[in-house]
Design a protein around this ligand. Structure first.
Ligand SMILES: CC(=O)[C@@H](O)[C@H](O)COP(=O)(O)O
Ligand SMILES: NCC(=O)COP(=O)(O)O
Length: 259
């Protein structure tokens, strides 16, 4: 079923889908400069195990996913690709050749270990409106990776984005640090952001992700109105011990288990 065929009630009442981010299969390959493990093989196994989509982040520094991965994976996926990238002219040219189902625009800092914050959409509405319209004209839907803040959500709507992805990193980090009060506050912030997004534009799809694990995912997966969760690092870490297919199955079960 296409996204546009989903009614609003289906978008908001269903359990969230799982997009698997396979960047760190490529991280392992790049650590040795060899041609294995294959992100393509990982993507296909994730799909077979029930992943609803595959996320890859083509970083400007090419630290993990390479351009050739993007083309190979795009050619063989049977679900859909969510291509994360910075909003640069170089990336626009690549995305408009690949035409992934989804492009997710993310901020990038060269020195960061992983994506540290959300995109400042409010600070670049003119640039992003034009950028998004070019991606949409090529056939991709566009999501913006943002912090759970009303200003950024409203700006994403103003720019014509099809979806937002709420950055769950602060929620996840607080949990890892054992700061339960902070984690609860971050969870409330994410829930409030979902309500705000629905109020501002009830056609906007609301995704979430970053730092989610089998231990912290359930509270996020239970938020009504979240369409999809994108999960990578923790799932690939599980895969080392149980295999990637089982890791997908275990994550889906953690997302959907009853109390
Ligand atoms: C945008 C985001 O939250 C992540 O999916 C992103 O891909 C993180 O980048 P790394 O995979 O390089 O940590
Ligand atoms: N956009 C978030 C994502 O794709 C996965 O992030 P992580 O689970 O690797 O932190």
């Amino acid at each position: 079923m296409t996204l546009s065929a989903l009614s609003l009630s289906e978008k908001t009442s269903r359990k969230p889908l799982l997009g698997v981010n396979i960047d760190h299969v490529a991280t392992l390959r790049q650590a040795r400069g060899v041609n294995y493990p294959s992100p393509l093989d990982a993507a296909l196994l994730c799909e077979q195990a029930g992943a609803d989509g595959i996320t890859i982040h083509l970083r400007e520094d090419r630290r993990h996913i390479q351009d050739s991965d993007v083309y190979e994976i795009a050619a063989q996926l049977t679900t859909r690709m969510n291509l994360e990238m910075a909003a640069t002219n170089e990336m626009l040219a690549i995305a408009n050749k690949v035409k992934p189902s989804w492009v997710c625009l993310v901020p990038e800092k060269r020195a960061e270990l992983t994506t540290e914050g959300g995109l400042d959409v409010a600070g670049q509405v003119t640039w992003l409106t034009e950028y998004i319209s070019q991606l949409q004209a090529a056939g991709s839907k566009v999501s913006l990776f943002i912090d759970p803040e009303e200003t950024q959500i409203a700006a994403a709507v103003d720019c014509g984005a099809d979806a937002i992805e709420l950055h769950t990193g602060a929620y996840a980090e607080a949990g890892l640090a054992g700061n339960i009060d902070v984690q609860d506050a971050e969870l409330k912030r994410i829930k409030q952001a979902v309500v705000t997004a629905q109020r501002i534009n009830n056609k906007l799809l609301i995704n979430a992700g970053h730092g989610l694990t089998r231990d912290n995912v359930r509270a996020i997966a239970q938020i009504e109105g979240i369409y999809e969760l994108n999960i990578g690092h923790a799932l690939i870490a599980d895969a080392i011990f149980v295999g990637i297919e089982q890791a997908v199955i275990m994550m889906k079960s953690a997302m959907h288990k009853d109390s």
